[in-house]
Design a protein around this ligand. Structure first.
Ligand code: SF4
Length: 63
């Protein structure tokens, strides 16, 4: 656990992850979501929720 990663081949840019946890995820003008922190450990529960709610399962914890 530490940093989430987003598979940009899967992200459809609906912004759900940002709505759930704007401290960690940011939807940018290119239509893709980005992780904006190096360590999301303190937001683990919200990141887990975003992982569950992402419609394309594009988010995962970095190995
Ligand atoms: S919830 Fe998933 S598909 Fe939606 S913007 Fe975030 S990473 Fe992309």
């Amino acid at each position: 656990m530490g940093k989430p990663v987003i598979d940009h081949d899967e992200c459809i840019g609906d912004g759900i992850c940002e709505q759930i946890c704007p401290e960690v995820f940011e939807l940018r003008d290119d239509g893709l979501a980005y992780v904006i922190v190096d360590d999301a450990g303190e937001y683990q529960d919200k990141v887990d929720e975003a992982i569950e709610e992402c419609p394309t399962s594009a988010i995962s914890w970095e190995d």
